[in-house]
Design a protein around this ligand. Structure first.
Ligand code: WTA
Length: 651
């Protein structure tokens, strides 16, 4: 019998099968699993054939140089042609590609014909600046249509884009430009955020002083605020606006690089995750169509992610456009100018598919259901989640309050490195359990293993690994192949280790347990932070929680929980006792937190992931470490102040 690497503590009996009506109209049926099992590579070839290839591939998968995969080798394809030209040629030029809504309420409607024209002009503009296939272009923009247009223009001419999230600092931008040796930066004067015009251009000015590879900076006018001007700078509207409206695209090798996207490792400098062309587009379009059940003629699809993250690449730009989706793109934050802004947009655009993150769902839970209840959201029919484990109670709230108890929820597990969704229900097939990503998609093989790489089997907990190559997998780390092999392929031979803990329940459904770096060791039991957090969130007084292991003289580590209460609930020693007992009751006395701290906020990265490292510093009474990647720098002060109030309990 295998020894569990991580304890399996929680048990979930609720299950939600798709309605017969949903199943009957779904894009994906159970037959997909059989087909993929019968011949995995042939299955992916069939998916790839949904795209327009200028030259067909000769080898579907070359894994002889593992872990460096080549998919659809010999094939030639142009991504932008697949996302735009072919839809216009098929008579869909008048279909809306993006409904854009700015934070101040300004709107733009871009049809597929509009997108093709603007991308062609932008492609001509890049070529006029001497940008060539293979050159790197940094994109530092707010969530405006030009972000997608710039990405597609790069793809159209074979330039490699590196999108840097607009909330990152000049230094973060500089190091990414430098690592990729970008020749061009595309930015804007600023963007609208929480009622203010937030400047972007000054960070670019600062970064390019030290990055001599950058020849030009192309500047979109978004807010109209004042900008400094240098001789490298060119206004987007002047250069792009004056270009010819057509551009002849040529096809590129399937393995031609498409983009680099930097992801922060837990240590060291950010990794430039490299993705290529044919396999990437194959998997993102396949997953987008089947996981979200996209119907291009009737759906209005909204993925709330920023283009600065991989979700914005795969499920705001490439997947939806390849599938001829009509999308909503929104510039602002969920709570500006009022906390019902998202639901107002769902009502206004009749959004039918919503894809967002657990952090947003938990924030809305905290604010209360009266806010979403004030809007007509009957247009919604599929809900998605990504980025972190979704606690079962947050899942139930999402289903009931946002989805009106009617919409299937797809909890999608994947990573910047995987390029596309890997583990997820199929909405017309899978009976979902709240909090579980369920099973690997057809064509993907995932396993949960112990320290010796043995499968843990149902009921066991351990490490999530991917056992076969997949089309949208990363092809390496930009400029550092050794680090690629080291980081992902060195723990066990032939297995891609994702860094996440996971367990299989008694039915074989996969439950993600968070990053293994966060797993706690309490008296020799390896306990996942996710399970304790979910137990806390299952209490009706709790909106959100973050759990860390703090050094403990007797038990090795002790469990310390930081908890945000739902709006209107009073903190105090009684609540703390109640919550500790609740955890013991839900998942067992071993998981009872040593200490619970009621806090007003939690430290999160700009993509919404909780930074447990900083909370460990607090729990272990250390000075708080590097907070530069925090979304809100003031949060740690709020938390430390909270520690002096009598709402923590230790025994
Ligand atoms: C976590 C985001 C649980 C996980 C697409 C992964 C999830 C990391 C889920 C990648 C999910 C993402 N359930 N955990 N559905 N989705 N994660 O690169 O730890 O920003 O390894 O990609 O987020 O984050 P990244």
């Amino acid at each position: 019998m295998s020894h569990d690497a991580i304890e399996n503590l929680s048990h979930e009996n609720r299950s939600f099968a798709p309605s017969a009506a949903f199943a009957a109209q779904a894009n994906a049926t159970a037959a997909l699993y059989d087909e993929a099992r019968a011949d995995r590579v042939a299955f992916w070839e069939r998916q790839a054939r949904e795209l327009d290839w200028e030259t067909p591939w000769t080898t579907a998968l070359d894994w002889s140089n593992a872990p460096f995969a080549r998919w659809f080798d010999g094939g030639k394809i142009n991504i932008a042609v697949n996302c735009l030209d072919r839809h216009v040629a098929a008579g869909h030029g008048d279909q809306v590609a993006y409904h854009f809504e700015g934070e101040p309420g300004d709107t733009r409607t871009l049809t597929y014909a509009d997108m093709l024209r603007e991308v062609s002009q932008a492609a001509n503009a890049l070529e006029s600046l001497g940008v060539q296939a293979g050159d790197r272009v940094a994109i530092y923009l707010p969530m405006i249509p030009e972000a997608a247009i710039a990405m597609l223009a790069c793809a159209r001419i074979g330039a490699v884009h590196s999108v840097v999230f607009g909330g990152f600092s000049a230094e973060a931008l500089r190091s990414r430009i430098e690592d990729a040796e970008a020749v061009l930066v595309i930015t804007s004067d600023g963007g609208n955020r929480k009622g203010k015009a937030l400047a972007l251009k000054p960070a670019v000015d600062e970064a390019v002083v030290e990055t001599p590879t950058v020849r030009n900076v192309l500047v979109v006018k978004r807010t109209g605020q004042d900008v400094e001007w240098t001789d490298k700078d060119i206004w987007w509207h002047e250069l792009v606006g004056s270009q010819p409206e057509t551009h002849e695209a040529r096809a590129f090798d399937s393995e031609h690089p498409l983009f680099i996207l930097y992801t922060s490792g837990t240590t060291g400098k950010p990794k430039g995750i490299l993705h290529t062309t044919g396999g990437y587009l194959t998997q993102v379009s396949y997953t987008h169509k089947n996981v979200f059940d996209l119907k291009p003629d009737t759906d209005v699809y909204w993925c709330t992610a920023d283009v600065g993250w991989v979700t914005g690449h795969s499920y705001v730009v490439y997947g939806p456009l390849a599938n001829r989706a009509t999308s909503l793109m929104y510039e602002g934050t969920p709570d500006a100018p009022h906390p019902g802004r998202w639901w107002e947009l769902v009502e206004k655009y009749r959004v039918s598919i919503l894809y967002t993150a657990p952090t947003a769902i938990r924030t809305f839970m905290k604010l209360g259901e009266d806010i979403p209840n004030g809007f007509d959201m009957t247009s919604l029919r599929v809900l998605g989640s990504v980025g972190e484990p979704i606690n079962p109670e947050a899942w139930m709230w999402y289903r009931r309050v946002i989805g009106g108890d009617r919409c299937p929820i797809v909890d999608t597990w994947w990573q910047t490195e995987t390029g596309g969704i890997m583990i997820s229900p199929l909405p017309g097939v899978t009976a979902t359990k709240p909090g579980s990503a369920m099973t690997a998609l057809p064509g993907i093989s995932a396993e949960v293993v112990d320290d010796e790489a043995h499968a843990v089997g149902n009921g066991g907990g351990g490490y999530l690994v991917l056992t076969e190559p997949w089309p949208s997998m990363l092809r390496g780390i930009w400029g550092d192949n050794d680090r690629y092999v080291d980081t992902y392929w060195s723990r066990w031979k032939g297995l891609y280790f994702a860094g996440d803990g996971a367990k299989l329940d008694d039915d074989g459904a996969i439950w993600l347990l968070g990053r293994v770096d966060d797993v706690m060791n309490v008296s020799g039991h390896r306990i996942s932070t996710t399970e304790v957090e979910s137990a806390l969130v299952s209490h009706p007084k709790v909106a959100e929680s973050a759990v860390v292991g703090a050094t403990d003289e007797t038990t090795g580590q002790g469990i310390v929980a930081f908890v945000i209460l739902r709006s209107g609930v009073q903190g105090g020693d009684d609540v703390v006792t109640e919550l500790r007992n609740h955890v013991a009751h839900e998942i067992g006395p071993i998981a009872k937190p040593r200490q619970i701290l009621i806090v007003p906020e939690l430290p999160k990265t700009r993509s919404g992931k909780i930074m447990r490292r900083l909370l460990r510093d607090v729990a272990e009474h250390r000075a708080v470490g590097d907070t530069t990647t925090l979304a809100d720098g003031g949060v740690m002060d709020l938390i430390s102040q909270g520690l002096n109030t009598p709402t923590s309990s230790e025994d």
